[in-house]
Structure formats: C-alpha cells, structure tokens
Write a protein that binds this ligand. Structure first.
Ligand code: 4IA
Length: 399
C-alpha cells in the first residue's frame, strides 16, 4: 500500500545530485518507504512536509531530528535544548533565543553586518585583481559568517574560529546514518568539541553579545544556569555552517545564472529576494526528521508510534505541485512558503540573522560587481544533511 523504493538518500551519488532522486520520491507517493532504511517513512512533497512539520504534537523532535531515534539509541552528543526538545522545555528555551534574535535585535546589528559585507567584497575585488580569481566559498561564503556571527555571539576573533566549521560539519553529518561521512567528520572534530564547550562559558563571551544575553536570561531566572552554556552551544552549532552554505549556494546560483545576476546588479534591492530564492532552489539543510509520538497517519497512510519520518525539505522546495517551473532560479519569484528554514514551531529561530547576512552580502556584490563568472569547476563537500560546496572559483568583474 505504501510505495517502497530502493533508494539511499545518503549515497554519494544522491548527495552530489539530489534532484532526480527527489523527483522519484515525490512521484512515488505522498509517503514512501526506503528499502535501505526499513524503519522510517519519507515525505518529499511540499504538502506532506508542511503537514508533518506543522503538527508538533504527533511528530516530535525530542527523539532527535536525525535518523537516530533517541528512544532506542543514545544521542551522539548531549541533546540540544531547543532543536531536540518538545514542550514545555522547547517553549522556554525558544522564547529566550527568539528574543535575542528578534527583528528589533537584528535591526541593531544591521549596520555593522552591512559594513562588514562591503569591506569583504572590496577585499575580494582586490584579491581578484591580484590573482585573477577568488574562491567564492573560502574567500566570501566562509569568511563572512565566520566574522560577523561569532562577533555577534561575542567570541574573540582569531583563526580558531574555523573550529566552528568543523563542528557544524559534524553536527549536520550526525543527523544522517553512521556512514563514512559521519565517521570522518567525527575523527576531525575530536579536539574541536572541547574548544566549543569551553567557548560556551560566560568568561569567553563579550558582555552584551548574544552569548552573554543567554546568561542574562539565566540570571533573570528564565532558564537555569546549567542550561545557559548548552544554549550558547546552539548558536555555535547552528549559526555558522548554515549561513556559510546558504551564501555559498546563493553565489553558485548567481554564477550559474548570469541573467539573474544582471537583474540583481541593475536593482540591488533584489538582494533579499535573490537570497530567499537561492534558499528554495538549493536548500542548505536538505532533510530533517521527526518521530511519530503516537500511532498516526500522513495523507491517510498509517504511521506507527515511534517511526522516524524523513522530511525532504529540499524536495518540497522543488515540488511542481507547489511551484511553477520549480527547477528555475528566478529572483523575482518571492518564494514564500519554502521549507529551507523548516516551518512550524521549530522553524529556524535565527532566520532574521541568516536573511540579514544573505541580503547584505548580495547587496554589496550587486553594487560593486558587474558580473560574476565561474573560472573553473566547483567541488562539493558532501554532508549527510547540508548542501555544501567545497570550492567555487569565481572571477568578479568590477562595476
Ligand atoms: C542546536 C537545524 C540546525 C540549523 C540546528 C543545528 C543545531 C542546533 C539547532 C539547529 O544545537 O541547537
């Protein structure tokens, strides 16, 4: 009754080129099974992904939002107090993070973030002039979030910030199977975890920054003192590798679509919708899981209690039932309802910060750069959850 497909979404060929697989999954039915993972069900259509994410009482996060079911296997690291939590804990921690990253708070960091974006694009133009090309990933997509986000959190500057990339790679790999990608990132992250946990402590966090504001919430009794470092860990887990790849994918989209870049250059106010459309077109976080809390159903298909539900956000974002010409990158589309930030009560709490980063970087490019060209083949950094580039050689032609 429920279609069963012989597809491993974590096989390298599908991580490299996921879109044909997404189409197969969407067309097979609203809910499918995957032979390599007999204990889960998967949804790839927009309607069902939205329904599952929108129903947090039947589809919980507390058993983990990766493939591992925390009811049966221990979590790989102490569980996040927001991502891997349900009410009432989630309600309490989310309130604190959502205030720290409220639209008003984001308005206050805007000018600084914009100035950094302009300075960085200037440095990239300079480097491009000297060397003929830049790496869109290393020089721009990584450099920018590694500067502005840890600054906002309140970490000291320095090359150790690269630890955040290794840590993010591990966190997002850990949401998939225990495959070679996971093992490799765990190997590399060894000494990094101690650095991350140390930098969750108040003495490493500039007074007034996002991290310190967590401790202020603990001082005010909104969360406990023991919860504070774990919520800072959420910033350090979720705040860098996500925007690095959101920006990287947006640069890739624009480099592959010169006509879209020309529209952006002609009207830099399109920076925000161009970033948003890039999130739809290449969802940074490709997949998340929920766990059925009770015997329930999706699109009338029975789903037993404790079943893991794989939600293919990236497939929902190209579902032709939802989007006309879904494979087209169209910066005039205004893709409201995309799933790249998830949706429902667990929808990305940092999305205003992420959008700010995307907007100001693309706006700085739009104003200073007439054209961007790929000067050679890009490489991919395979990850069980993230759509990530390893390198993207670009020529920036100044305006
Ligand atoms: C956390 C979904 C992703 C962006 C994410 C990763 C880690 C955490 C939250 C969100 O550690 O809380």
């Amino acid at each position: 009754m429920i279609p069963e497909l012989d597809i491993d979404p974590y096989a390298p060929e599908h991580l490299i080129a996921p879109y044909p697989m997404h189409q197969q999954l969407r067309e097979a039915g609203p809910v499918v099974r995957l032979r390599p993972y007999p204990t889960l069900v998967a949804c790839a259509r927009h309607e069902q992904v939205q329904a599952v994410l929108g129903d947090h009482t039947h589809f919980i996060s507390g058993a983990g939002v990766g493939l591992t079911n925390f009811h049966r296997e221990p979590p790989f690291r102490p569980r996040s107090l927001i991502l891997e939590a349900d009410a009432p804990l989630h309600t309490q921690t989310r309130a604190v993070l959502s205030r720290i990253m409220s639209p008003k708070a984001v308005q206050q960091i805007r000018a600084g973030f914009a100035a950094e974006a302009e300075a960085l694009v200037d440095r990239c133009l300079q480097k491009g002039e000297n060397k003929g090309e830049i790496c869109g990933i290393h020089d721009l997509a990584q450099a920018y979030p590694l500067k502005v986000f840890p600054d906002a959190v309140g970490l000291a500057d320095g090359p150790e910030r690269e630890n955040l990339l290794l840590y993010g790679d591990m966190v997002f790999n850990s949401m998939g199977p225990r495959n070679a990608l996971f093992e490799k990132s765990v190997e590399k992250v060894g000494p990094v975890t101690a650095w991350i946990m140390a930098h969750c402590q108040r003495e490493h966090l500039r007074p007034g920054g996002f991290g310190d504001q967590i401790y202020q919430a603990a001082d005010a009794g909104e969360i406990s003192q023991e919860q504070a470092p774990m919520l800072v860990r959420s910033f350090l887990s979720a705040g860098v590798d996500t925007t690095v790849n959101g920006l990287g994918n947006a640069l890739f989209a624009l480099a592959q679509h010169p006509e879209a870049y020309a529209q952006l250059h002609a009207d830099p106010t399109l920076a925000r919708p161009a970033f948003e459309e890039a999130l739809r077109w290449e969802s940074t976080a490709q997949t998340f899981f929920r766990t059925a809390a009770v015997d329930t159903q999706i699109a009338g298909v029975p789903v037993a209690a404790d079943t893991k539900v794989l939600c293919l956000l990236a497939a929902a974002n190209r579902d032709p039932r939802k989007w006309p010409e879904p494979d087209r990158y169209d910066i005039l589309r205004r893709p409201s309802g995309h799933m790249a930030f998830g949706s429902g009560i667990h929808g990305c709490v940092g999305q205003a910060v992420a959008r700010l980063e995307g907007e100001v970087v693309l706006a700085a490019l739009a104003r200073r750069v007439k054209r961007i060209e790929c000067t050679g083949p890009h490489t991919r950094r395979l990850n069980n959850t993230l759509r990530a580039l390893g390198s993207l050689p670009l020529r920036l032609i100044p305006a």
